[in-house]
Unconditional design. Structure first.
Length: 206
């Protein structure tokens, strides 16, 4: 039997073939993979977009916050990937340097947020490595369902927000739970707790 290998897509080919109007997709292992999200997951993402945007307006910060921005990342062996953080904060000067372009970025953004779901290990392992490698200054993992393993969350498992700050090319992490105020380098005056983020999911009404 003759086996034929499927050619892996490059980032440019991924953008050309991106299925418009039918969901959110990422480029992983050279293939276009659909990324589904529950309504609760989207509620959390939307809540953070609004919270960040309020800070940007209040303090007149040079940032733009948005959902569904495609960014190019690389694995350790140099493979191109196309990632779409649940929330992205981009320097306005970078975003506006080419306003006629579409949403894909090859430059490192200021802050990426991933709201965890059933494929949580992707956020804790693969994306963590890729975002550090790209040079994203701040990375949030929002585990509002406490879905990751106890090796990350402890015992008992509680909803947690992990904030990774890039220091000399390596991420340093701090974790926040319950009513603790989340400390962000990008938004140092942000008044936000994990409890408020969990509440925004509306899971308590299910």
């Amino acid at each position: 039997m003759i086996q034929t290998s499927v050619k892996k897509l490059t980032f440019a080919e991924f953008l050309d073939r991106y299925p418009e109007g039918s969901g959110i997709f990422e480029l992983v292992n050279g293939e276009i993979i659909q990324v589904d999200a529950t309504r609760a997951h989207k509620n959390v993402s939307r809540f953070l977009v609004l919270a960040f945007n309020d800070e940007i307006r209040r303090l007149e910060l040079d940032y733009i916050v948005d959902k569904d921005i495609i960014i190019r990342t690389f694995t350790a062996d140099g493979e191109e990937r196309g990632r779409i953080p649940d929330v992205s904060v981009v320097n306005a000067s970078v975003w506006n340097s080419n306003v006629t372009a579409y949403g894909a970025l090859t430059e490192p953004i200021q802050l990426a947020v991933e709201v965890t779901s059933t494929n949580w290990d992707d956020d804790y392992v693969d994306k963590l490595d890729e975002y550090q490698r790209l040079g994203i200054s701040e990375y949030w993992i929002v585990d509002y369902l406490a879905i990751a393993a106890r090796s990350y969350l402890g015992n008992p498992k509680l909803p947690t927000v992990f904030i990774y700050q890039l220091i000399q090319g390596k991420y340093q992490v701090k974790s926040f739970k319950g009513t603790e105020r989340i400390i962000s380098h990008t938004f140092p005056e942000l008044q936000l707790t994990v409890e408020e983020i969990v509440k925004s999911s509306q899971m308590g009404k299910v």
